[in-house]
Design a protein around this ligand. Structure first.
Ligand code: IMP
Length: 446
């Protein structure tokens, strides 16, 4: 031990990549446990931007053990492209380990994802069209192709035939698509197997060894709590569990291996794709947040929907994950406003007030946000490195979030650079920061 989970506490895109990259410096391993290349992490190091989709955010530390766990769905072409581009930029990828049990996204998954969305018409989910849902569906139907299958031509071919058989009807419009030709597909995937073979491993066992030796392991979540297939805004969700509980199943360790759970939230809310978003702003303020926060998807480039911070949803996420700490990112984006609103409850269509996240989708779809106004601040926060550098109103805002969620704020992001963070006193209690961190500034109370 220790094992530390980092998860998104909103609808994804909270800045998990940057925080994982920061905290990974002291960790011995970083493990991805769910999702696939629907995720997109942007890390800025010394002014240079890195975009990762599948590879854990610790990869920029030479030789760091970075694991793609069994719970991840892998598009091998995307993974190899990502590895090639890292290699071209002289990043040492020797520490990458890929679970032999992780499932593979196949060409038919990509086609079915797009076809499924087209069929839904106005009810579409707004998926990233990366084949995530169809791949997880095959996993559950026990028709999945796994990483280990890449190493055996006969098995691979047999499994592809078995997986495609029940999809014949839905794949009929793509009959002539060369990517679906059995021989081409098998050969292509065998080539991927050869390329990836040196990285394929029994990653659960590797994690038991790390944790058994007292090494520090970070479990890096993708997406966020509100996109969880069980607890999110179903059906407008992803097809995996981006919650801390899934870190165990998706990597092969037990719950006793988890010591801390950090939830990442922006100082406001964003969402990509369709689905309910009670605190959404459709006005100039929403546009202002989008342009100042650069709220455009890393994976699809889509403009993100924006809104005030939703504390009903954030408290729900804190409970679903048993968060031990919160990280508030992009606080600097809110500078310059006279007043800042936060959503503290929902108002139902019939006038009822909801302090807790409503379990019924019909209720949720018709709620509007009840807002509480707080003082804004004018100062640019980019140079703040301690809590005491922050304007009073910004400190009050963080205190308000912490009180409403019952979770201490450990880290605050005040700009895109990795040095633009504030470590609070709560961070000092953490296993993540106890030996050696924080790197800059003195931690201080909110
Ligand atoms: P899928 O995961 O591609 O199936 O998409 C399902 C829903 O999750 C859509 O609303 C996507 O926009 C959303 N989604 C998936 N991955 C991410 C992410 O990394 N950030 C934000 N939203 C995501």
């Amino acid at each position: 031990m220790p094992g530390i989970v980092i998860v998104g506490a909103q609808w994804g895109d909270e800045g998990k990549g940057k925080i994982t990259d920061l905290l990974a410096e002291d960790a011995d391993a970083v493990v991805r446990f769910q999702g696939g290349n629907n995720a997109g992490h942007t890390i800025v190091r010394d002014g240079v931007e890195w975009k990762l989709h599948l590879i854990p955010s610790g990869i920029l530390y030479p030789g760091k053990c970075c694991v793609i766990g069994n719970g991840v769905v892998i598009d091998p072409k995307v993974l190899i492209d990502e590895l090639d581009s890292l290699r071209a930029r002289r990043v040492d990828i020797g520490g990458l380990r890929i679970s032999a049990n992780a499932h593979l996204i196949m060409p038919y998954h990509l086609l079915l994802d797009s076809a499924g969305e087209a069929k839904l018409g106005s009810l579409q989910i707004g998926t990233t069209r990366r084949g995530i849902g169809p791949c997880y569906a095959d996993k559950a139907a026990r028709l999945g192709i796994r990483v280990q299958d890449l190493l055996d031509e006969k098995i691979l071919k047999k499994k592809i035939v078995a997986a495609m058989e029940p999809k014949r009807l839905s794949l009929r419009p793509y009959e002539k698509d060369p990517s679906l030709d059995l021989r081409t597909m098998t050969e292509e995937y065998l080539t991927y197997g050869h390329r990836l073979e040196q990285h394929i491993a029994d990653t659960a066992k590797l994690m038991w060894e790390f944790l058994g030796e007292g090494k520090k392991v970070i479990f890096e979540g993708a997406q966020g709590a509100m996109l969880d297939i069980d607890h999110g805004t179903y059906p407008f969700v992803t097809s995996s569990n981006p919650l801390a509980g899934a870190a165990c199943v998706g990597s092969g360790v037990g719950p006793k291996n988890i010591d801390e759970i950090w939830g990442i939230s922006k100082a406001y809310t964003t969402r990509v794709g369709a689905g309910p978003f009670p605190s959404e702003l459709h006005d100039e303020m929403g546009e202002k947040i989008r342009s100042r926060g650069g709220e455009f998807g890393t994976t699809t480039g889509r403009p993100r929907r924006t809104g005030w911070l939703d504390l009903v949803a954030l408290r729900y996420a804190a409970n679903l994950n048993t968060l031990t700490s919160l990280v508030i990112t992009k606080l600097d984006v809110l500078s310059g406003l006279d007043r800042i609103s936060v959503c503290t409850s929902y108002r139902g269509a019939e006038g009822a007030e909801f302090e807790d996240f409503p379990y019924h989708q019909t209720v949720l779809h018709h709620t509007t946000a009840e807002l509480t106004e707080l003082r804004g601040w004018k100062e640019d926060l980019g140079e703040c490195r301690t809590v005491s550098d922050l304007p009073d109103a910004a400190r009050e805002y963080l205190q308000f979030i912490s009180e409403h969620t019952g979770t201490p704020v450990a880290l605050v992001g005040v700009g895109p650079g990795r040095e633009q963070v504030i470590w609070t006193e709560a961070a000092q209690q953490s296993l993540l920061t106890r030996d050696g961190r924080p790197a800059s500034g003195q931690p201080s109370a909110l």
